[in-house]
Design a protein around this ligand. Structure first.
Ligand code: WA2
Length: 283
């Protein structure tokens, strides 16, 4: 291959990769904005009204009808803060008890045989974050305490201390067992100044609105919309820990093929992502 041909090939790969990374990033950004505005919807119509204007049925219908606004998500869910002192009254009012994700039954959940009746009430904690509203696609998390699962707990605690959208590393979702990430916005009792301290934020928190992203299937769908899917191999990584990148999409490739890396910005400054592209055919 002449050096000109090599250069042309390199440029073509770079522009195809950048285009795909940009599309993915844009769809993520659109989804993120809608999740944030849903957190304001919850604040206004659930916590801001007595009695609340939202129940599970309203939430399910609204989230299904607006699913097109969150193109990379499989669902959204809302978990509310419950202090131990209020647990009994909360459970009586809901008609169910708060369940822990950290039980043996979780193994069954991961196998896809989730049965809420088989999950024990969670052990006593200072506070809980049970899901009270969920899009039908993720209705299986209703009543589960989000503070009882490793990834969800970290995510919820970070979101309420920062007031920003906080993204998890990719992990296996309950029931579907598919690789996903969750983006969470805290819902506060009042409008906080942007310079509020984390102590003020934690004190003022009402709950946590999370969007659930199924990266594997949604990146696939996105790439299929583009003509030349046959031409290039795409991988998406969470590279927050540089020495241990986590694959979010694509199969293992370890060869010396021409590679282009496009940056991906998913809006959470604590996480890093990138897209890697290669031609399928060697020249
Ligand atoms: N939702 C759906 N599937 C899951 C999951 C989850 N969390 N965690 C593991 N598998 C209510 O951030 C707040 C939902 C978490 C939101």
């Amino acid at each position: 291959l002449s050096s000109q041909a090599v250069e042309n090939r390199r440029e073509k790969l770079a522009s195809m990769c950048d285009e795909r990374a940009r599309m993915l990033q844009d769809q993520f950004y659109v989804s993120m904005n809608h999740i944030q505005s849903m957190s304001i919807l919850i604040s206004t119509f659930h916590h801001g009204m007595t009695p609340s204007a939202i129940d599970q049925m309203t939430f399910a219908r609204y989230t299904e009808r607006t699913a097109f606004e969150r193109p990379l998500t499989i669902g959204v869910a809302y978990a509310v803060r419950v202090l131990h002192a209020d647990r009994e009254q909360f459970e009586k009012q809901q008609g169910w008890s708060i369940k822990s994700m950290d039980t043996l039954e979780q193994i069954e959940v991961r196998k896809g045989q989730y049965n809420p009746e088989a999950v024990d009430p969670s052990p006593i904690q200072e506070e809980y974050a049970p899901v009270i509203f969920a899009q039908d696609t993720v209705a299986h998390v209703i009543s589960l305490d989000m503070l009882s699962g490793k990834e969800d707990r970290e995510n919820v605690l970070c979101s309420r201390a920062s007031g920003k959208g906080v993204l998890t590393a990719p992990f296996r979702l309950l029931k579907s067992n598919r690789l996903g990430v969750i983006l969470t916005f805290a819902v506060y009792k009042r409008v906080l100044p942007s310079n509020a301290t984390s102590t003020e934020r934690i004190e003022a928190v009402n709950g946590y609105l999370g969007g659930i992203f199924d990266i594997e299937s949604l990146v696939e769908k996105l790439l299929q919309q583009l003509a030349s899917k046959q031409t290039i191999l795409v991988n998406v990584y969470d590279t927050t820990n540089v020495s241990n990148p986590i694959s979010m999409y694509g199969s293992n490739v370890t060869d010396d093929r021409l590679l282009h890396v496009s940056a991906l910005n998913f809006g959470d400054p604590h996480r890093r992502h990138e897209m890697n592209c290669r031609f399928k055919q060697k020249p």
